[in-house]
Write a protein that binds this ligand. Sequence first.
Ligand SMILES: [Zn+2]
Ligand SMILES: [Zn+2]
Length: 224
Amino acid sequence: MKLLESFFKIVAPDCCISCGQEGKLICDDCAQVSFDAMPRCYRCKKPDPNSLTCAKCSKNSPLNAVYVAASYKNLAKDLVHACKYQSSRSAARIMSEQISVALPYLDPEQTIITHSPTTPSRIRERSFDQSGIIAKNIAIKLHLLKANLLVRMTNTHQVGATHKQRIAHMDGAFEVKNPILFKGKTVLLVDDVLTTGATLESAARTLRRSGAKRVIACVFARTE
Ligand SMILES: [Zn+2]
Ligand SMILES: [Zn+2]
């Protein structure tokens, strides 16, 4: 724990974001709530026990699988908000744990983990890149190498954009760094919330073009 964070813990201890009980960010009672999201093809929503992209959707998608921990509602939504808008490291930790549970075994020799970076200006605003922090936590837990492989090129904000606009905005949105690290390997892309998947697809396409053998993704929550 960071020194500053422990200091604030003493001054203002966490309250349960679900019921308000003092002590933890999610109290033991509320932790009983299951985060389970039904595994499925992220594109057409066809159920698949391994969260693989189905054969039909694979023709148009660079993502081999997308693993999801929760539906974007209730407690999961509160966690995302606490992470995003209050820079809560406790929330990021819980999200990371839930994602780790949703992931299959990944060979550390063959897999490298990275995250979908937010736009540089937004990082400066908040100085808290939640996806990067979550990726780091998962890397430690699953003994994977984490590296920053992507650079965000555009500054387009996605709020309110239609699916078509999002895809257009995402075209050429990323550039790769350190391609030598992932050539011929599986890249695990980390993000906090999945909506259309346009951002992840754009990132995955760029990684595939630069030599990644497979690109899979994991997110904490998806909008249904
Ligand atoms: Zn509670
Ligand atoms: Zn599908």
